[in-house]
Design a protein around this ligand. Structure first.
Ligand SMILES: [Zn+2]
Length: 381
């Protein structure tokens, strides 16, 4: 190393799933980027040194499914309010905005924070416009075909291409009424034209999750993948449905999307027992899930750690895998030259209560705590 680095995280256990690194190292940041991964206690001059011994240092967390269009949509939360407690450096908004209001998500939210905020654009022109705290689904934005305009969506994608990582479509009895597969077909049309992946929400039928999975393309995301009955990934006898296994083989990405109605411990246990881990662990944090049961990505990660998912896999599903899902290989790793984002986590042992969306209690023996995070090469304060 020549010259002074800006920031040094010293003495931590560094875990970078992108290269399978798990070792005690020091991590240096310069000019907003990761500038070196050094053997512990290497002599290096730093403007700021943070002792992180006893902690895990991993890439900044990427929450693939959030709703952070605060103030403009009924379900939006303020990303800055939950970033520090959960070490989330990147929030991917999952369809809060459509062609009619994506510009506001970029200009009023994403451009006014040091956090990285990107979005799946909703195939519905209005975005997720009909949520209130009293009534979760006042208006299903994907039900009325007049709102599902391919040309409007295409034009918005061209205009905000840098901020858009894919197309969101919400289907199911509550998100699209009896429209069945129609909104998904319209979204895929735009996906094929732009080369962008889809993120598909499925709640109650119609449509059937098997039909949805068979219709998705490799690289498309199924969110709420461990939801309870109906449209759970399991048969009633607890075995994984063939359509689910086949979809994984074809390269469909299974995203957790905890939220207020989409994570079942019972389903998760059965899936993990059969070695089917979620590709990405996301919170689906919004106004109705931010105070529980989901809270944020870190609480969701703690639940999976307590359910027996190995630590490196939990971290991969919240860093490297979501980066791959949004086709941003520069993110979700701690390699030299990558953006200077990192999470400093501590695992507390004890007795902790966790709940799923069915109010099932899980008594866990671990809790992941965000000690610090680094955004653009600086400690987030
Ligand atoms: Zn959502």
């Amino acid at each position: 190393m020549t010259g002074k680095v800006d920031l040094l995280l010293k003495g931590g256990r560094v875990m970078d799933p992108s290269v399978g690194l798990d070792a005690h190292k020091d991590v240096a940041f310069t000019d907003g980027k990761i500038s070196a991964i050094l053997d512990s206690n290497s002599p290096v001059e730093a403007k700021e040194v943070q002792d992180v011994s006893g902690c895990i240092v991993c890439p900044g967390l990427i929450d693939l499914h959030t709703h952070v269009y605060w103030g403009a949509t009924g379900l939006g939360v303020n990303a800055e309010d939950i970033a520090g407690r959960s070490a989330t450096t990147t929030f991917i908004d999952a369809g809060s905005a459509g062609a009619g209001n994506f510009g506001g998500l970029k200009h009023f939210i994403a451009d006014n924070t040091d956090l990285r905020i990107l979005g799946f654009i909703n195939i519905s022109f209005a975005g997720i416009c009909g949520f209130s705290k009293k009534k979760a689904n006042l208006f299903p934005e994907c039900e009325d075909i007049r709102l599902l305009d391919t040309d409007e969506c295409l034009e918005a994608i061209e205009k905000y291409r840098e901020s858009i990582v894919g197309i969101k479509v919400r289907i199911g009895r509550y998100a699209s009424g009896s429209a069945g597969m129609t909104p998904l077909q319209i979204a895929r049309e735009v996906g094929e034209e732009t080369g962008l992946p889809l993120m598909t929400h499925v709640d109650f039928p119609p449509p059937d999750r098997d039909d949805v999975l068979n219709y998705l393309r490799p690289g498309d995301v199924l969110t709420h993948c461990f939801r309870p009955f109906p449209n759970a990934p399991l048969y009633g006898n607890g075995s994984i449905r063939e359509a689910v296994t086949q979809a994984r083989e074809r390269g469909i990405i299974f995203d957790l999307g905890h939220g207020g109605g989409s994570l079942s411990f019972q389903v998760s246990r059965k899936m993990l027992e059969q070695d089917f881990l979620p590709d990405t662990i996301s919170s689906d944090v919004h106004l109705m899930s931010v105070d529980g049961p989901a809270f944020d990505i870190l609480v969701t990660m703690s639940k999976f750690l307590c359910l027996g998912m190995p630590l490196m896999d939990v971290i991969r599903a919240s860093t490297t895998r979501p980066a791959e899902a949004i086709q941003r290989p520069d993110l979700g790793n701690l390699q030299v030259g990558s953006p200077g984002d990192a999470a400093v986590l501590r695992i507390e042992e004890g007795r902790f209560e966790y709940y799923d969306v069915k109010k099932e209690l899980l008594l866990g023996d671990k809790r992941m705590i965000a000690e610090k995070m680094v955004v653009k090469g600086k400690i987030w304060r």
